[in-house]
Design a protein. Structure first.
Length: 290
């Protein structure tokens, strides 16, 4: 019996070994090599040097130029996350109240862009947001503006395009939380005299918070590390960490500095996501304990 038990306990690990090896080969090994590369010494005339140094990290952490890039990236990710929450939650609620077949049709419309390359979607937005694009023509035709708004090569255009790219991830997260919600709970709140707004914010929305939080984490991480959209829409004017890393690797050929930016971006993402998650969990425990 002991032999059979030991075999059964080892079976899951044996079955998981191929997947773990694939995970290590695809993710962990390149990440480890990037960490090692970030400590390499670099000379502008001779390229990579054999020694190791903290100079790359010291340069990024003490230079105001890189501070500005990281702050811009964080603000961009926060703006995209806030817009995805403001648009995604009502959109998901409206979608859940639709009847078949309209619900399935609009769900396909919302999630369909995920089947298209992000580069193609961003190029489409570059056409729409141009000075003679459809967006500016509509704004001027309605009399809202009298001259074209500069969406291209600006943070505003990058945030708009990234919101469209990442909104489906928020909708998917909120939709999964909404499926666990008993619709009778909202009706119970209304029957006890709560207004529609009070019923939503005091009864429905708190139960959607796990989906909203998970969607926010996904959107923030993807927005902070986005490259194609800031590169195409923002161009050289709007530099974020991902585009700065690209420039260091392919333009300046300073691979150690590019690797340093990539590692610091990863660490910043992990710290923000884990820190916000723990803070929110602590807040929820205090609310439920009260």
């Amino acid at each position: 019996m002991a032999e059979i038990s030991s075999r059964r306990s080892g079976a899951p690990w044996a079955l998981a070994t191929p997947a773990l090896l694939l995970f290590a080969g695809i993710l962990l090994v390149p990440l480890a090599l990037t960490v090692v590369l970030s400590f390499n010494a670099f000379d502008g005339m001779r390229g990579l040097q054999p020694g190791y140094t903290f100079a790359n990290y010291r340069e990024v952490l003490t230079d105001g130029y890189y501070h500005e890039i990281f702050i811009r990236t964080g603000l961009m990710a926060l703006g995209v996350t806030a817009l995805c929450v403001l648009l995604g939650v009502p959109e998901t609620l409206i979608l859940s109240r639709m009847q078949a077949p309209w619900r399935g049709l609009f769900l396909v419309v919302i999630l369909g862009p995920l089947l298209i390359s992000v580069v193609v979607r961003t190029l489409g937005w570059s056409i729409l947001l141009g000075n003679r694009g459809m967006v500016n023509d509509a704004l001027q035709g309605l009399g809202i503006t009298h001259e074209p708004i500069r969406f291209l090569f600006s943070m505003l255009g990058v945030v708009i395009a990234l919101t469209h790219v990442l909104l489906p991830f928020m909708i998917i997260s909120v939709w999964s939380a909404l499926q666990k919600l008993d619709p009778q709970v909202e009706h119970a709140g209304r029957s006890l005299g709560a207004s529609p707004a009070t019923s939503f914010f005091r009864v429905v929305f708190p139960q959607l918070m796990p989906g909203v939080l998970s969607g926010s984490i996904i959107v923030f991480a993807l927005a902070a590390s986005a490259f194609a959209t800031p590169s195409i829409i923002g161009g050289r004017r709007v530099k974020v960490v991902a585009t700065a890393t690209y420039d260091e690797f392919l333009n300046s050929l300073n691979w150690p500095l590019g690797a340093t930016l990539a590692i610091l971006l990863l660490l910043a993402n992990i710290l923000i996501v884990v820190g916000s998650n723990r803070m929110i969990e602590r807040r929820f425990k205090q609310v439920f304990a009260a």
